[in-house]
Design a protein around this ligand. Structure first.
Ligand SMILES: NC(=O)c1ccc[n+]([C@@H]2O[C@H](COP(=O)([O-])OP(=O)(O)OC[C@H]3O[C@@H](n4cnc5c(N)ncnc54)[C@H](O)[C@@H]3O)[C@@H](O)[C@H]2O)c1
Length: 252
């Protein structure tokens, strides 16, 4: 028996980065995987990668900012595989550094809509379907910036702190419905998101590294392993937790 045999796992933002890596890891451990993303090419590519390693997957094009699309995602996930056991609400964006007084209002709205409202809508439509499946596990993507302040990214930091609060309040309500809900708080991780910030800007990379006691950024596989742990029976008594996976960033 593999850890997730018989389970159905939904991953938002599964077309790239941490989401793709986690979808592949779930599939490798037996889960049937639903990939949801705004990027259809990347999402279909993840499905091909899952199938190439012998797993089952479907892609559902979804913009997590749009309620009807998120409801459609949850409906079609259950249509595809008959149930919903696990959701990794991971779709997210970041934008250029700024201070609060210089944060463009449209950038604030894009970040809150994607990173916070996207997680709210995802849980809103996943939870009733998980209840029908008899219970389940949700992991929401926060960040170290959901635990500590970052003077340079007010909208990102605000959205990721919001994800922690939303995770905790949902965990309290659904604990007796056999649904565990946790947040993951990664430090800088080698994906397109972080490389957009550091490529060609060694000073930004140095600044990030100076916050990390381990002196290096994470690989996406190191984040995926923790998501799988939180969704596994080994984490059966963990709910409402915001777990840093950060090389020691928030310990300083
Ligand atoms: N990479 C890091 O250093 C890091 C650190 C902490 C937290 N995170 C968080 O991890 C998550 C994944 O980040 P990543 O580094 O893999 O980024 P990424 O840019 O590689 O992947 C993000 C995915 O989300 C999708 N997406 C964006 N907006 C969407 C929308 N409206 N609807 C549906 N899908 C959408 C993108 O198309 C992409 O496939 C994000 O929530 C991010 O904030 C990343």
């Amino acid at each position: 028996m593999r850890r997730f045999d018989g389970k159905v796992a939904l991953v938002t933002g599964g077309a790239a980065g941490i989401g793709r890596t986690t979808a592949l890891a779930f599939a490798a451990e037996g889960a049937r995987v639903v990939i949801a993303d705004i990027d259809a090419d990347g999402g279909e590519e993840t499905v091909r990668m899952v199938r190439a390693q012998g797993g089952e997957a479907v892609f559902i094009k979804t913009d997590v900012r749009v309620a009807e699309e998120v409801k459609n995602m949850a409906d079609r996930a259950v249509e595809a595989f008959g149930r919903l056991d696990i959701a990794f609400n991971n779709a997210g964006i970041n934008e250029d550094a700024c201070t609060v007084s210089r944060c463009p209002e449209d950038s604030w709205k894009r970040l809150i809509d994607t990173n916070l409202t996207g997680v709210f809508l995802s849980m809103k439509y996943e939870l009733p379907r998980m209840r029908k499946s008899g219970g389940g596990c949700i992991v929401n993507s926060s960040s170290v910036q959901g635990l500590v302040g970052d003077g340079a990214h007010p909208a990102y930091t605000g959205s990721k702190h919001g994800v922690v609060g939303l995770t905790r309040t949902a965990a309290v309500v659904y604990a007796r419905a056999n649904i565990r809900i946790n947040a993951i708080c990664p430090g800088p991780t080698h994906t397109a998101m972080i490389h957009k910030l550091i490529d060609g800007h060694p000073e930004v990379e140095q600044l990030l590294l100076s916050n990390i006691p381990m002196g290096r950024m994470a690989q996406p596989e190191e984040i995926a392993k923790v998501v799988l742990f939180l969704c596994s029976d080994d984490a059966s008594y963990i709910t409402g937790h915001a777990m840093a996976v950060d090389g020691g960033w928030v310990a300083r």
